[in-house]
Write a protein that binds this ligand. Structure first.
Ligand SMILES: [Fe+2]
Length: 456
């Protein structure tokens, strides 16, 4: 053997070792992330009793137990059954109970009846989680190299799916606890949350508008890292000149709308919104109640006086639109929002702060150069911001084949896009291009308002 062929052989062996190490570290990263996300779901439930975990307070709400099992079903159905030869589910009936809406994956139990299912118990649901986690661990300890690419894409989708359900678990348990006259506490208020009466006047400063010039810009995900299919294809869009408010609407600003009889003046409301307000007898955001002339607010830390400086939350699209009309403004389009967000860092009050409630912008930010602040605040975290854009496909969008193609595409009807994430969203889950969507009458998510307007 010549010295050059020895060199070639050793170079090839080194390259193989390096590829193997790269593949190993990739798998290790996936396994670490899998456990981190699964553990965070469990941590969210740490203070809950089994009785808390089985209640379904309205058809939109799922019991905590169902979230625990459904996210597990996702990994079992789309990873274990697909990538583990001969895998047999320990309890095949769970496939029917814990499929949510994937017709191509088989039949499913009725969504509005999830609260009637007492078996499996909460502890059996935890056992189901532990069993599937252990199978995923085995799979990632001995991966078939040829399947890693395909498996990784679905695993990462499973991570993001579970993070979506973490947010739902939080908003759902809030709705469950809100039905209870004892007002249970999900998490005691964090020590660094500032009391309303300790805030300075500068912190309650009203929003201002920042002007944006007309531009043609690229919209949608650029393909770098994970995104849902509904964030693409990336495409060019004309965004005419507009102005966007520096911060979300606060509780104090919304109280002015209430006190101006906003809920009983049809001139501000869409027809469907006006019908809904009257049918539902809405006169304030969800979770607000008036006691001795003062507004109180049910939070995940219990019942508290409404803090006027906090971002408003738990309003429907109808209320957001009516407020904007009353204020002489409008809601932004999702394209305006995304264009404005390009210059904003993705930072804010996310689920990782474990406050589980929107907070007023810090005094250091708002007190900085009063009157000259040209920045957008709280674009990310705190509250999802309703846009006036209908949730519809981007040009060239096609839903993928099979059950996972049902993830987003089939919901592109009768819903509105929300942007920016909330205090219940994970920081590592949100993106500038992220498109959340809900029907216009829904208000149990952490939904709020940022105003926009046309050039003056
Ligand atoms: Fe799901």
């Amino acid at each position: 053997m010549s010295s050059s062929s020895v060199e070639t052989a050793s170079t090839t062996a080194a390259a193989d070792r390096s590829l193997f190490r790269a593949s190993q570290s990739r798998i290790e990263r996936l396994r670490d992330r899998f456990h981190q996300i699964r553990n965070f779901t469990d941590a969210l439930c740490a203070g809950l009793e089994p009785e808390d975990c089985v209640v379904q307070s309205m058809p939109d709400v799922s019991p905590t137990k169902w979230h625990l099992a459904h996210t597990t079903w996702f990994f079992e159905t789309f990873i274990l059954k697909k990538f583990v030869p001969g895998y047999r589910a320990e309890i095949p009936e769970y496939a029917y109970l814990f499929n949510s809406y994937y017709n191509a994956a088989g039949g499913m139990h009725r969504r509005d009846l999830r609260g009637l299912i007492s078996r499996p118990t909460v502890s059996q649901a935890h056992r189901y989680r532990a069993s599937v986690d252990s199978h995923i661990d085995d799979l990632l300890s001995n991966p078939d190299e040829s399947l890693i690419d395909e498996m990784e894409a679905i695993l990462v989708l499973g991570f993001h799916h579970e993070q979506q359900h973490q947010e739902l678990l939080i908003t759902d348990i809030k709705h469950v606890f809100a039905q209870n006259p004892l007002y249970p506490v999900f998490r005691a208020a964090a020590r660094h949350s500032v009391r309303a009466d300790e805030r300075t006047a500068t912190e309650c400063r009203p929003y201002r508008f920042i002007d944006f010039e007309e531009t043609v810009t690229a919209m949608g995900h650029d393909g770098d890292g994970f995104a849902y299919d509904n964030e693409g294809p990336r495409h060019r869009a004309l965004v005419p000149a507009f102005s966007l408010a520096t911060q979300p609407v606060t509780n104090g600003e919304f109280i002015a709308f209430i006190e101006d009889n906003g809920y009983s003046r049809p001139e501000f409301w869409l027809s469907l919104g006006w019908m809904t307000v009257n049918e539902q007898c809405w006169n304030a955001p969800l979770y607000w109640t008036k006691r001795d002339g003062a507004w109180w607010n049910f939070t995940l830390s219990g019942l508290r006086p409404v803090d006027q400086s906090e971002p408003l939350t738990h309003v429907s699209y109808f209320e957001a639109d009516a407020y904007a009309n009353w204020a002489g403004a409008r809601l932004p389009t999702e394209f305006e929002w995304e264009r404005a967000a390009l210059s904003c860092p993705i930072e804010g009050n996310f689920v990782e702060t474990e406050l589980f409630h929107p907070v007023a912008a810090g005094s250091a930010v708002l007190a900085d150069k009063p009157g000259k602040d040209e920045r957008l605040h709280q674009m990310f975290g705190d509250v999802w911001e309703w846009t006036r854009s209908a949730y519809s496909p981007y040009p060239g969008y096609r839903a993928g084949p099979g059950a996972l193609g049902e993830y987003n595409g089939k919901f592109m009807c009768n819903q509105y896009v929300l942007r920016g994430g909330s205090c219940a969203t994970s920081r590592i889950h949100i993106r500038r291009t992220y498109r959340n969507f809900f029907q216009p009458e829904k208000r149990w998510q952490f939904t709020g308002i940022r105003l926009a307007r046309d050039p003056q």
